[in-house]
Ligand binder design. Structure first.
Ligand code: PLP
Length: 373
């Protein structure tokens, strides 16, 4: 057993070169070979090298790399669900996942409920006879609310249903849902795992038995990834622990400073003792509270001007990279929700979601203060 820092760097599968050679062949000899090698079989050397690393980081037995987070999510859902099934989703999940559920499930006669954060505590009461799966995300986007994963896994096990967690915001460095009893962990690797805003991929890690159950659908749906991108992921993962540690520290420093700033309204960060779920976050996020935080300007009419005046922090969508980025969810990531839906979820017009990078915390704070001034 190595520490996470070492697991990020060390390749179990040794080659003469220190790194895994990039293997691009899509046609492979089969006579005399036990296994048919093919990217969509999820079994090429570059795919397996990063799966192995991610399994160690997430304390999982087996997994697969996909061409996007959305491919990983849809493959997992549709590999277990059939007509007549029901799924419980926590309400505060990635907007693209909500869209997938709302736009696709009805076509296949799959029922669902979205459960708000507070009601997650009583999720057992919402389980029906045909409920097949509970799906959640913590910390959530963009309000950083926290779901108690041990409680979710207890309820799921009691009712014999699957539990699935999108661990994108937390990263495997800070949080390991499988160790808390969750069955399947997903990532949009496009965010922290890639970490440089230049890769798009998804990850599924789980037990060998569940991976074997997902695999036939994964093969049919075809969301696999090429060797060149896998190689870049291998390189990115080497610095994951370093990057996340810096992002954890930067975000905590910024959250504390923003809380003290008279021009700032509410600050949402699970690492702040004032956060309503801080105790749960401290229990299940072992190494830090992540690099994502949200805040509101007191004078919301200045939001657009504030974004325009930032020099260092980039108004951009996506998150989790080494460069700090910021967005206004109401006009970007959550623009597809109606105003009422946004209000129900607590996403105000002036809410800003900051993905804290690895720059100096002092420079980032100076950027925010200068833009406010
Ligand atoms: N899960 C979360 C939490 C996300 O933020 C995103 C994308 O923003 C996804 C899943 C989807 O991932 P991708 O864009 O890689 O398909």
């Amino acid at each position: 057993m190595y520490s996470k820092e070492t697991d990020c760097v060390y390749n179990r599968q040794q080659h003469q070169g220190v790194n895994t050679p990039i293997y691009t062949s899509t046609a492979n000899r089969y006579i005399g070979y036990e296994e048919i090698l093919y990217p969509r079989n999820f079994n090429t050397e570059n795919q397996l090298a990063i799966v192995e690393k991610l399994c160690r980081l997430e304390q999982a037995e087996a997994g697969m790399i996909f061409s996007s987070g959305a491919a990983a999510i849809s493959t997992v859902l549709f590999s277990f669900l059939k007509a007549g099934d029901h799924v419980l989703f926590s309400q505060e999940i990635y907007g693209g996942t909500v869209k997938l559920v709302v736009e696709e499930f009805a076509k296949f006669n799959i029922a669902y409920d979205f459960v708000s954060g507070a009601a997650m505590e009583n999720i057992g009461a919402m389980i029906r006879e045909n409920t097949r799966l509970i799906y959640t995300e913590t910390p959530s986007n963009p309000l950083l609310s926290v779901v108690d994963l041990e409680q979710v896994s207890r309820v799921a096990k009691k009712h014999g249903i699957l539990s699935v967690v999108d661990n994108t915001f937390a990263t495997p460095i800070n949080q390991n849902p499988i160790a808390l009893g969750i069955d399947i962990v997903l990532h949009s690797g496009t965010k922290y795992l890639g970490g440089h805003h230049d890769l798009c991929f998804g990850v599924v890690v789980t037990s060998q038995q569940l991976k074997d159950a997902i695999y036939p659908s994964a093969l049919n749906f075809g969301g696999s990834l090429n060797g060149l991108d896998c190689y870049l992921i291998e390189r990115s993962l080497k610095t994951l622990a370093l990057r996340v540690e810096k992002q954890n520290n930067n975000a905590l420093q910024l959250a504390k400073a923003l809380q003290e700033n008279p021009a700032i309204g509410r600050v949402y960060y699970p690492g702040l003792p004032e956060h309503p779920n801080h105790a749960i976050a401290a229990r299940q996020m072992k190494k830090g509270f992540g690099g994502m935080l949200s805040f509101e300007l007191k004078d919301t009419s200045r939001t657009a001007a504030f974004l325009n005046r930032l020099q260092l922090i980039i108004p951009a969508l996506s998150l989790g990279g080494v460069d700090s980025t910021i967005c206004q969810p109401a006009t970007s990531s959550h623009a597809s929700l109606s105003e009422q839906e946004r209000q129900e979820q607590g996403i105000t017009e002036g809410l800003l979601r900051l993905s804290v990078g690895i720059e100096s915390a002092g420079d980032l704070l100076h950027d925010i203060e200068s833009a406010l001034a």
